[in-house]
Design a protein around this ligand. Structure first.
Ligand SMILES: [Fe+2]
Ligand SMILES: [Fe+2]
Length: 161
């Protein structure tokens, strides 16, 4: 999109592109984690967040429309790395550890998403883009809520192993 950034608007546009691929990576990862999860309630947690993720992608489309940019995707190296790490741990782990493994993998992804949205919100706020800030804040709230649910579940599952 840009070779060199010299203003916050360019940075925001580029990082929205990264957020789009971050959400795509998250969505495919949620499907993989759901398959590997052993407990039905954990599978349901991942299905619910996959629905939220689809909604987040629509919000990002809306952000692109507001910015009058095409939804150019910039690869998110972080979520691609987390996805590879999650897949590898699933393969290496005994069934009895899989719920703990998938919850940890999801939690790490949520923390990445939270940081990405917090950074985007700061840029949108600095540029006075209120509507965009609201859309990003809705996504952030879903990631934060999911992160809390995952952490709580991970503590329960870990205590039981
Ligand atoms: Fe997300
Ligand atoms: Fe998420």
């Amino acid at each position: 999109m840009f070779e060199h950034f010299d203003n916050p608007r360019q940075l925001l546009e580029y990082r929205i592109g990264s957020a789009i691929s971050m959400e795509q990576d998250s969505l495919s990862m949620l499907g993989e984690l759901e398959q590997a999860a052993q407990s039905e309630d954990i599978k349901e947690m991942f299905r619910h967040h996959a629905d939220e993720t689809r909604h987040q992608m629509k919000n990002l489309d809306q952000v692109c429309q507001e910015l009058e940019i095409s939804a150019a995707e910039e690869p998110s190296q972080t979520t691609k790395g987390l996805s590879r790490e999650g897949t590898s741990l699933i393969r290496k782990s005994d069934e009895s550890l899989l719920d703990s493994v998938v919850l940890s993998a999801a939690l790490e992804t949520e923390h990445t998403e939270i940081a990405a949205y917090q950074s985007l919100i700061c840029l949108a706020d600095a540029l006075g883009l209120k509507q965009i800030e609201e859309l990003l804040t809705e996504n952030l709230g879903q990631e934060q809520h999911t992160s809390e649910e995952l952490y709580s579940k991970l503590k329960t599952v870990s205590a039981a192993v």
